[in-house]
Design a protein around this ligand. Structure first.
Ligand SMILES: Cc1cc2nc3c(=O)[nH]c(=O)nc-3n(C[C@H](O)[C@H](O)[C@H](O)COP(=O)(O)OP(=O)(O)OC[C@H]3O[C@@H](n4cnc5c(N)ncnc54)[C@H](O)[C@@H]3O)c2cc1C
Length: 387
C-alpha cells in the first residue's frame, strides 16, 4: 500500500501500476491481538483496498503461487499469470511452528484476520460450553510464547476474560503463558520488563518462563523446564504466538532464503535482479550500524515500501537508486487498551502505563495515514488518547 502510494505519484503517466493481494480487505496486523482477544471489532482494523488506492492503480484480487524472476512472471492459484518490468514483493508473515510436534494440528495460530477471529470464537465457545461440560479445561487458556504478540495478546485477554466470565457466569478463567526464555522482551530495559511482569501478576496471568515447549497434544502443552522433567499444562484453548516466518511463497519460488526471508542489497533490490525489490517481513535488510538484519516490524515495512517505490521511480528516470536507512523513533508494546511499555528514542526515556498505550495509538494512527489516507485515520483511527 505504501509503495503504491509513492509509485502513482512518481512514475511516468504511461506506466501501469498493478497491486495484487489475495484479499480486497487490508488488515492492520499490528492490532490482530485485539481481535483475537475480542476487545475490538474486526472492521475497526480493516479497510477496503479498492477504496484507498488511486485511479491509476489496477487492483487484482488473486493469490500468488509462484514468482519466476528469470521470466519476470508471477503465477497465481486463481488468476492468469502476470508479467512485470519491476516487482515489489511484500507478501508478509505466517505463523511458524519451528518443528514443534502437534503445533499445527492442536494450537491456534494468529497471523491474519481470519485466524485471529477464530481464536476469539474458540475462546468464547469453550467458556460458554463449560456450563454443560463442567470440564475445567474449558476455562483454561495457554498462550505459547511471550514475544511481542504473546505479551500484547495476554494484555488484551486480561480485559476481555472477566467480561466473558461474567457473561457465562463461570468460575475464574486461568490464563497461563509458556515461554522458553527466562525473561521477556529483551529489547526493553529491565525496569520495563519488570513492569510488564508485574502487570501480568496483578492480573492473575501465570508466566511460566523457562518452559521449553516440546509438543502440543490435543488439549495439552507438553514442556520441560529447569528440572529437565516433562510437564503438561492442559487447556482446551492453546494459542500459538511463538514466532513467525515470511510467506511460504518465497521458498516455493526458489529464492535463496532463511525462514522465508531474502537478504536484499542496501537499495532493497535482489542481487543480479535490479528490477526486483523485496520488502517487509519477507526481506532481510542489513542495518549498516549493527551489521545485523533490521527486525521485521510494520514501521520498517512501511519505510521499505516507500524506499522501494522511490528506487523504481529513480530507475525509470535513469537515476541511481539509494540505500535504505531506518532510524527507529521507538518501540511500544501494549498491555491492554490502558497500559503498556515503551521506549522513545528521541527522549531516551522509558515510558509505561497509560502514556505508553497512548503512544501505541498514535503509532497506529500514523501507520493508517502512511498506508491509506486521512479519511481512513478519521474512520478507523484511535482517538481515545486521554484517560
Ligand atoms: C499481534 C501483532 C502485533 C504487532 N505489533 C507490532 C507493532 O506494535 N509494531 C510494529 O512495527 N510491528 C508489529 N507487528 C508486526 C507487523 O504486523 C509486521 O511486521 C507487518 O505487518 C509486516 O508488514 P508486511 O507488509 O511485510 O506484511 P503484512 O502486513 O503481512 O502484509 C502482507 C500482505 O500480503 C498479502 N498476501 C500474503 N500472501 C499472499 C499471497 N500468496 N498472494 C497474494 N497476497 C498475499 C496479505 O493479504 C497482506 O495484505 C505485530 C504483529 C502482530 C501479529
Amino acid at each position: 500500500m505504501r509503495a503504491v502510494k509513492f509509485l502513482q505519484k512518481s512514475l511516468p503517466t504511461e506506466d501501469e501500476i498493478v497491486l495484487v493481494d489475495q484479499t480486497a480487505t487490508h488488515t492492520e496486523k499490528t492490532n490482530l491481538h485485539e481481535v483475537a482477544a475480542g476487545t475490538i471489532a474486526p472492521e475497526r482494523i480493516t479497510y477496503q483496498i479498492p477504496d484507498i488506492i488511486g485511479k491509476r492503480v489496477q487492483f487484482v484480487q488473486a493469490t500468488v503461487k509462484h514468482v519466476d524472476i528469470e521470466a519476470k512472471q508471477v503465477s497465481f492459484e486463481d488468476h492468469a499469470d502476470l508479467s512485470y518490468d519491476y516487482l515489489v514483493l511484500g507478501l508478509g508473515f505466517q505463523s511458524e511452528t519451528f518443528g514443534v510436534a502437534g503445533a499445527d494440528e492442536n494450537a491456534l495460530p494468529m497471523d491474519d484476520l481470519a485466524t485471529s477471529e477464530a481464536v476469539y470464537q474458540h475462546i468464547e465457545d469453550r467458556i460458554k460450553a463449560y456450563k454443560t461440560t463442567q470440564d475445567k479445561n474449558d476455562l483454561k487458556i495457554a498462550v505459547c510464547g511471550a514475544g511481542f504478540t504473546g505479551i500484547e495478546l495476554l494484555g488484551e485477554l486480561t480485559q476481555s476474560l472477566p467480561k466473558l466470565q461474567a457473561k457465562y457466569q463461570t468460575p475464574a478463567i486461568k490464563l497461563v503463558c509458556l515461554e522458553r526464555m527466562p525473561s521477556i522482551l529483551p529489547m526493553f530495559t529491565q525496569e520495563l520488563r519488570d513492569y510488564a511482569l508485574k502487570f501480568m501478576e496483578k492480573n492473575n496471568v501465570e508466566m511460566r518462563l523457562g518452559s521449553i515447549i516440546e509438543a502440543i497434544k490435543p488439549g495439552a502443552v507438553v514442556y520441560s523446564d529447569t528440572d529437565k522433567q516433562e510437564h503438561e499444562f492442559s487447556a482446551n484453548t492453546i494459542i500459538w504466538t511463538v514466532g513467525v516466518s515470511g510467506s511460504h511463497v518465497i521458498a516455493d519460488s526458489g529464492f535463496e532464503q532463511r525462514r522465508n526471508r531474502v537478504v536484499v542489497k542496501p537499495d532493497l533490490s535482489l542481487d543480479d535482479h535490479p528490477e526486483v525489490f523485496i520488502v517487509g517481513d519477507v526481506s532481510a535488510v542489513m542495518d549498516p550500524e549493527s551489521n545485523r538484519p533490521y527486525p521485521t516490524t510494520a514501521q520498517i515495512a512501511l519505510a521499505a515500501g516507500e524506499q522501494a517505490a522511490k528506487n523504481i521511480a529513480a530507475l525509470r528516470h535513469d537515476q541511481a537508486t539509494t540505500a535504505f536507512k531506518y532510524e527507529s523513533s521507538g518501540t511500544v508494546a501494549s498491555l491492554s487498551d490502558r497500559d503498556g511499555i515503551g521506549e522513545v528514542f528521541s527522549s531516551n526515556k522509558p515510558v509505561h502505563g497509560y502514556p505508553a498505550s497512548a503512544l501505541k495509538k498514535i503509532i497506529t494512527d500514523r501507520s493508517l495515514m502512511e498506508s491509506a489516507h486521512l479519511g481512513t485515520v478519521f474512520s478507523k483511527g484511535r482517538f481515545d488518547l486521554y484517560h
